[in-house]
Design a protein around this ligand. Structure first.
Ligand SMILES: C[S@@+](CC[C@H](N)C(=O)[O-])C[C@H]1O[C@@H](n2cnc3c(N)ncnc32)[C@H](O)[C@@H]1O
Length: 275
């Protein structure tokens, strides 16, 4: 029987792990998961049939539902095509442990930046440049990305990625330092967008900083808002998960914000600062 479940293992690794453990628990082999790095991977295209009926024959209704969800999420992640510059930056990010935002999350950042005509964006956690490229591709042509990272080597690789993506050095202001030291030095009400993707336990403090930095109508976004399925699981109480839950709740309840939680990649929490 041909199994046509597709999973993109470059994104949402938590769901990948969840699905693998589910399959192990249910006696199905981990080889059932098809990934980009797996010879059986095949690209999902609109209108193509994915053989979900064969999945339901293979196991219980629950397994079929999980397989269908997996295929749908993979389809969403596969929708925004990444070019060689993004793929190379993604590879380097994985190599050095600066896990990049997934393609759908990146496309959401580009969309948001384009939607609000962003000219000034702060990024907390440059990594190796994946999110920066997506942001810059949505921002105005002469707009500047201010990107903060504590790691010199990551910023060197981010600059390489921007160069490979054809983005000139005038488009970026790279700052090496700890986010909580750098953010207080940036100007109040001066930014169209703030994207946070560094230390999870510091997310609540990044939100405070973002509320100060953003102009009215500006957008804040946090990657990993679902944190490998831990945020939605009440039995998970580690400090990263609790900090992310805290910021999700704060964004939802803050009357200065219009909140949105997107289930792309590992979750993208967004909000507009009301005018
Ligand atoms: C998940 S990676 C960022 C990935 C990047 N946003 C992307 O999508 O390509 C997190 C980054 O945060 C940086 N980082 C860790 N602690 C930090 C801190 N205290 N202040 C600023 N950056 C920090 C790491 O060096 C790493 O490059």
């Amino acid at each position: 029987m041909t199994n046509t479940v597709v999973w993109n293992d470059t994104v949402a690794p938590g769901l990948g792990r969840f699905l693998l453990s589910h399959r192990r628990a249910s006696g199905r082999s981990s080889g059932d998961v098809i990934t980009r790095s797996n010879a059986r991977y095949r690209r999902l295209v609109p209108g193509q049939r994915y053989g979900l009926s064969s999945m339901s024959q293979a196991g219980s209704r629950e397994e079929a539902a999980i397989d269908a969800l997996s295929a749908t999420l993979a389809y969403v992640e596969d929708f925004p095509a990444e070019d060689e510059a993004l793929l190379a930056a993604r590879r380097r990010g994985a190599e050095v442990g600066a896990v990049p935002i997934g393609p759908a999350g990146g496309a959401a950042l580009r969309f948001l930046a384009a939607l609000i005509g962003a000219r000034t964006v702060v990024e907390v956690g440059s990594g190796c440049g994946v999110s920066g490229i997506w942001l810059l591709r949505g921002m105005a042509k002469d707009a500047v990305l201010t990107s903060v990272d504590v790691d010199h080597e990551h910023q060197r690789l981010a600059k390489l990625a921007y160069r490979e993506a054809g983005l000139g050095t005038a488009r970026t202001r790279m700052i090496v330092g700890r986010a909580l030291d750098v953010l207080p030095r940036l100007t109040d009400n001066a930014y169209d967008m703030v994207f946070c993707d560094a230390v999870k336990q510091e997310y609540p403090e990044y939100l405070e900083a973002a509320l100060r930095l953003l102009r009215p109508g500006g957008v804040v976004a946090f990657d990993n808002a679902l944190w490998h399925h831990r945020v939605a699981d009440p039995t998970c109480r580690d400090s990263d998960t609790r900090a992310i839950r805290e910021v999700v709740q704060a964004v939802r309840e803050d009357e200065r914000l219009v909140p949105l939680l997107l289930p792309v990649g590992d979750g993208l929490l967004c909000a507009v600062k009301r005018r």
